[in-house]
Ligand binder design. Structure first.
Ligand SMILES: Cc1cc2nc3c(=O)[nH]c(=O)nc-3n(C[C@H](O)[C@H](O)[C@H](O)COP(=O)(O)OP(=O)(O)OC[C@H]3O[C@@H](n4cnc5c(N)ncnc54)[C@H](O)[C@@H]3O)c2cc1C
Length: 655
């Protein structure tokens, strides 16, 4: 794919008589006869809300045509009043012609008087995503409402959606004006993503819409229409269609049991904490086990910088980097200001021979993001990318705010039992048994799962603590990437003030057998301090700064630099089911994937664990909760644990 695809504009306007409208479709966004009354009558009553969701811990609604988001806002307001306190609403909405944040804000001011909507309008306007093709997941109302916006053409967007809805609102512009929204393939995609007995509601009663919905298994009823419309439709999925056959059956996802039960998470680092947080928002209890106890994870390293790796083209890794970066900003902002160091902002100086000024300019142009997200600046005489809304995190503060309790246990075996798993600690025997386990054990994950094919390569890294006044004045105060990185001036918990300089990368294949990775090395410090001095000496009189202290840690690297997140494949079953993939049989001939029931992985986060974890954890939590997934299918496959097995089988047969 070249560039970052731009979405068409709806040509938004506010007509003084009829209200917000799209000039492109020559149609209004809401009924001039009363937007709130229309949503209540056509959509909320149409799907049987609120009784449809009473006593339900989760409820999923899909929508074609997000428009101004009025249906969403009215549904959210009713959900707040009527759903169980811990229940979670998932709302998925497709929009091919999204408004920009400014136009949406302008339009929604007209509806602030609708009871219960004003604060919700503020929240959605504040958080509305960039007009970027793809899925955008917004966690609203403290996680009680998960909104997934699918920006792009309707048929393609639905084909990328994993998950089944309890109900659908069909609310595209009128069928005569926007026929693409009302086609047989769209109806089929909707039916395939509806639970048996799930409902739909729409304002139209056009003949081909009614027939199209009946053809894919809905039983359809006509009702008197709203305002000037004669009739409208509602319906129930009476005869679910056969599921769409996956073109990549080896990545098809396992079914979700009705009650996921309590979950064990092995690990206490950022991946495990984000999983705990995401599961909690979905009403699922989880327990963390870390051999290092509550001090697990990146250990004492006091800084985690968030700076994405964005290519000029919207490649799979590029899209994943962009989405995880935007999600990380929203997630950590949601934890409150204490998790970020001052001053905010992160810069990435151009690496010699790799990042030309021209590449940076093309990236800015291709992304078309606002200046508070990315802009070009200069560091030490080199051009640099600046991310003003990003910065450096305090990992200890992140941990404190998330507040996941961590139990000390060195898990040395996972034993399958009937309907679940037993976790064994070498000293204490069984420490937990239950149905679901997430292994988020960083560089130790592959060993613990006895799965060398996962291709997780532990890599030792270290950083140094340098006195702030060891550096000349004029070096920017924000976090700076230059190959290594330099943090802002920070105060440690013991009161010392200075900057963190790093870092080293060294393959460390056997971290349990050779524990030398824990020993801080002066030679390593000399190397990255010299690199730092060399980069900055172009603009400053500088010699390599001495280290006052330092920290070491392990990263879990993967060959393709992408995280690993998803269900754990049954490698033997993969061997027998897909071992002949290199002969190139047609995909329809292969069975769906087989997994180690109830076992999930989150690892391979490399040097960007704090960026990747929030979105990857949501992906896993939604898989466990049986909810619509926050990523497009091709991205889910890009991070799927089985990708290593499949690559090997396509290349050479059974690994
Ligand atoms: C020097 C250095 C600097 C870094 N800087 C940054 C940065 O600026 N920004 C950024 O985003 N990332 C940075 N990273 C990378 C980041 O630290 C990792 O990506 C992140 O910590 C991975 O989180 P995790 O939870 O997957 O794994 P970890 O943090 O490694 O946590 C895994 C946990 O699992 C536990 N465990 C393992 N095996 C078992 C077992 N059998 N039983 C019980 N517990 C077990 C371990 O004790 C460990 O606590 C840096 C890494 C290093 C080394």
């Amino acid at each position: 794919m070249t560039g970052w695809p731009r979405l068409p504009s709806p040509d938004f306007d506010i007509d003084p008589d009829s209200g917000p409208r799209s000039i492109l479709f020559n149609d209004g966004y809401a009924s001039p006869a009363g937007a709130a009354a229309e949503t209540e009558t056509v959509f909320l009553d149409g799907i049987g809300a609120p009784s449809a969701w009473r006593d339900r811990p989760t409820f999923a609604i899909g929508e074609t045509g997000f428009g101004l988001g009025l249906n969403f806002l009215m549904t959210w307001a009713l959900w707040r009043r009527t759903a169980m306190p811990d229940a979670c609403l998932h709302y998925v909405s497709v929009e091919g012609y999204p408004l920009d944040q400014h136009s949406l804000t302008r339009a929604l001011q007209l509806y602030r008087d609708i009871p219960g909507l004003a604060s919700l309008i503020d929240e959605i306007c504040d958080r509305f995503p960039l007009r970027h093709a793809g899925f955008h997941r917004l966690s609203l109302d403290g996680g009680r409402v998960q909104l997934t916006l699918l920006f792009g053409p309707v048929e393609h967007s639905l084909s990328q959606l994993s998950g089944k809805m309890d109900a659908w609102y069909l609310d595209g512009f009128a069928p005569a004006r926007n026929p693409d929204m009302w086609t047989a393939p769209v109806f089929r995609a909707i039916a395939c993503r509806t639970k048996p007995g799930g409902r739909f509601a729409t304002y139209t009663a056009a003949g081909h819409v009614r027939r199209g919905l009946e053809d894919v298994g809905f039983s359809v009823e006509k009702h008197p229409g709203f305002a000037h419309k004669r009739e409208r439709l509602t319906g129930t999925l009476a005869t679910p269609p056969d599921d769409e056959k996956a073109q990549t059956p080896w990545f098809s996802l396992p079914p979700t049991p009705a009650d996921p039960g309590e979950v064990a998470i092995i690990g206490g680092g950022i991946a495990a904490q984000c999983c705990w947080h995401a599961l909690k928002a979905r009403g699922i209890e989880a327990t963390l086990f870390d051999r290092a106890g509550p001090a697990g994870g990146m250990g004492a390293n006091p800084v985690a910088m968030i700076a994405p790796k964005l290519p000029v083209n919207a490649s799979l890794p590029g899209r994943l980097n962009a989405l995880t970066f935007l999600k990380a900003l929203a997630f950590y902002d949601g934890l409150g200001p204490t998790v970020w160091y001052d001053p905010r902002g992160a810069m990435q100086a151009a690496a010699e021979g790799v990042d030309s000024d021209d590449r940076q300019a093309r990236l800015i142009d291709a992304l078309d993001w606002p200046k508070d997200l990315i802009t070009v600046t200069e560091v030490a005489g080199r051009s640099a990318l600046s991310y003003p809304a990003s910065g450096c995190l305090d990992p200890q503060a992140v941990r404190n705010v998330i507040g996941a309790p961590v139990e000390s246990a060195d898990i040395n075996a996972l034993i399958p039992i009937d309907g679940g798993w037993r976790l064994m600690d070498g000293d204490c025997g069984e420490v937990w048994s239950g149905r679901r386990v997430i292994v988020a054990a960083g560089g130790w994950t592959g060993r613990l799962l006895q799965a060398p094919w996962l291709e997780i390569r532990p890599s030792r890294g270290q950083v140094s603590w340098i006195k702030g006044d060891a550096l000349p004045a004029g070096i920017p105060e924000q976090g700076i990437g230059f190959g290594g990185y330099l943090s802002p001036n920070i105060t440690l918990r013991d009161g010392r003030r200075g900057r963190v300089l790093g870092s080293s990368f060294d393959a460390w294949p056997d971290p349990d057998g050779d524990t030398g990775w824990q020993v801080w090395s002066h030679d390593d410090h000399q190397r990255y301090a010299a690199e730092f001095a060399q980069v900055f000496s172009q603009a400053f009189d500088l010699s390599p700064p001495p280290a006052e202290a330092g920290w070491t840690g392990l990263r879990a690297m993967t060959g393709d630099r992408l995280p690993i997140a998803g269900p754990m494949p049954d490698a033997e079953a993969y061997g027998s089911d897909y071992g002949d993939l290199h002969h190139g049989r047609h995909w329809v001939d292969y069975p769906p994937a087989r997994y180690r029931d109830g076992l999930y992985v989150l690892s391979g986060l490399g040097a960007r664990g704090y960026q990747f974890s929030p979105l990857m954890a949501e992906l896993l939590a939604d898989m466990l909760a049986g909810m619509p997934l926050p990523l497009e299918k091709d991205l889910i496959e890009a991070v799927h644990p089985a990708r290593f097995l499949i690559r090997e089988m396509k290349r050479a047969g059974t690994p």
